[in-house]
Design a protein around this ligand. Sequence first.
Ligand code: ZN
Length: 285
Amino acid sequence: MTEPVVLPDFDAFGAQTLKGLDSPEEATAATQALLREDRNSGEPVINAPGENHLLLERGICREGAWYRDAEVKELTGADEEAIAAAGSSSYKVFETLLLRGVRTIGNESMSRKLASELLIGDRELLVMAIRRATFGDDLEFEELPCPHCGELVDLTVPLDAIPFTHLDSPEQTEFQVPLRRGTTAFVRLPTGEDQAAVLAIKEGNGAKQDSEILGRCVLRIRHADGTETKRPPATHLSMSDRKNVLKFLADTQPGPRYGDFSFVHEVCGKEVPLPISLAVLFRGM
Ligand SMILES: [Zn+2]
């Protein structure tokens, strides 16, 4: 009997972070099952030319034009070492993955600045493409314990099976959120830069993290009488308005919903939540 592998907390996907959720226990079970499986595999993945190209949901804007095409690459041993050297901070691991695994966005080479400018959802979509380029399309789970009936499940999950949210209008950068008493918030969606600012706030202070994201993403409030307040301090918003805006930001952010994946266990017929963590995507890296 080997000791279970202890992994740092990699569950730093933006939507989860912004909802203030802790990494669910199921993710650990999933990771363990995947790691068990992975000791026996290791075949190289050969990609057809062009396969490492993808379209982002939002992309970047340069002089009024939007660029949504991106190119990623297969990670090498050198990249793996760089990612390991990023330490146990999940944000740093995520950031290093992007810097090492993304070649270009539009006509620009990947950089820290470029990564910070991207919507959280585009960053998560890029990470999925890097995973695809490096390990292929399928997540293989072996001996995953069903939480309902206890039976061990073997499962193949294609990356496309992970729930995905699209932007209705990719170039729309400002959104209206109706609030109480006839007011309306005008908001923008959080980027990598916003996420970094939120994660820099001491863990456990969810309310402060919420204030940070609201302070950044609420551009102005229009009151019932038509007057507007620019950049209202987040602490001045009512609790109910804060929750409404945060929910809108989380629901509207495009990209893969790694935390929302579930499958139906055929034997017992019940739905099993299986949140996909970064460690699951990258095989415990
Ligand atoms: Zn079951």
